[in-house]
Design a protein. Structure first.
Length: 333
């Protein structure tokens, strides 16, 4: 009985060793693009040229003969190794469906909404890959009209979902001169507010500020929300959340105002100093290409705001507003 099994094993082994030889007839004409090599650890490895994620074509040069024949793994491995999976389209669709799961992008949003009010026109280019990218916006809070206090703020913004904060202040040290100029600063809170206490984390949150310019032309579309700009045309720099999504909105307390991170942009709306805003960049939001230590670096890290407004999306009566209630926070302890 043992002899029979031994004979059977030897026959299988012989057939196995002969398979690569017989499969040579099935090697495609453009098989030069595939290499069966031996790596330094003396094990066989198969290299297959990757496809470009930008063009969908192979990285190796194409020819009339190779364009009509799809390259394939040759030999007995064909039946065991599946074709490479291209997840490019799936990832792009997921970013559109769930933008709050990805860090903010520096790309410019080129969507325009005819009904946008003045503040919405300012922030619309910043909203690429957000839940508000193509949604009409409305102004739900204006401190000048509704009051510079936290209760008025939460009464107007709670339960409204993703929101954009936009504020202005007088920059008295612009470019080393003594004249004052109104500048814009703000942030995007994907989870909004609900006065449920605690933090509201999100890796998609970001801050933005109006950049300082001299007479030269700024060309940096990868990091600035304008491809070309001059001194008279403001451009805005986005600052991503860093260190994960924790404490993106640090305090959702009905007795406190706005806190992007514990210190990145804090507008507490307290009675003693209702207009005061402070900023420290680095721990929770990036410093950006200018390596700023504060959004108000040229004003000493803290300023008095001239205006404060909050924009949210416009939803139908029967439409669910994402993150309009409590959210799970497992990051702030």
């Amino acid at each position: 009985m043992n002899f029979v099994w031994y004979t059977f094993f030897v026959l299988i082994l012989v057939l196995f060793l002969q398979l690569p030889i017989h499969c040579k007839a099935f090697i495609p004409a453009d098989s030069t693009s595939h290499h069966l090599t031996r790596n330094p650890t003396s094990t066989l490895s198969l290299r297959v040229p990757r496809r470009s994620t930008c063009t969908g074509t192979s990285n190796h040069s194409s020819s009339p003969s190779s364009s009509s024949t799809s390259p394939a793994l040759f030999g007995w491995l064909d039946n065991f190794l599946p074709a490479p999976i291209d997840n490019t389209n799936d990832d792009s669709q997921r970013r559109k469906d769930f933008p709050e799961q990805y860090p903010a992008t520096y790309e410019i949003n080129d969507i325009t909404i005819e009904s946008d009010i003045r503040e919405a026109v300012i922030v619309r280019p910043l909203l690429k890959q957000t839940m508000l990218e193509s949604r009409p916006l409305k102004k739900v809070f204006d401190a000048e009209l509704h009051g510079w206090d936290p209760r008025s703020f939460h009464k107007r913004v709670d339960g409204k979902g993703a929101a954009v904060v936009i504020a202005t202040y007088q920059d008295t040290n612009s470019g080393g001169t003594t004249f004052t100029r109104e500048r814009v600063v703000g942030g995007y809170n994907p989870k909004g507010w609900s006065s449920n206490g605690g933090a509201r984390p999100s890796v998609a949150a970001f801050l933005f500020y109006e950049k300082h310019h001299d007479n030269s032309i700024n060309t940096s579309p990868s990091s600035s929300c304008s491809s070309t700009s001059t001194k008279s045309t403001p451009t805005f720099q986005k600052l991503q959340k860093c260190g994960g999504g924790g404490l993106a909105c640090a305090n959702d307390d009905p007795n406190l105002g706005i806190s992007f991170g514990p210190d990145a942009l804090v507008i507490q709306l307290q009675q003693q100093r209702p207009y005061f805003a402070s900023s420290k960049l680095g721990p929770y939001f990036e410093k950006g290409p200018e390596r700023l230590s504060s959004l108000f670096e040229k004003s000493g890290g803290g300023i008095q705001l001239e205006s404060l407004k909050v924009l949210t999306g416009v939803y139908d009566d029967n439409e669910e507003i994402p993150y309009s209630g409590a959210v799970m926070d497992m990051t702030s302890g």
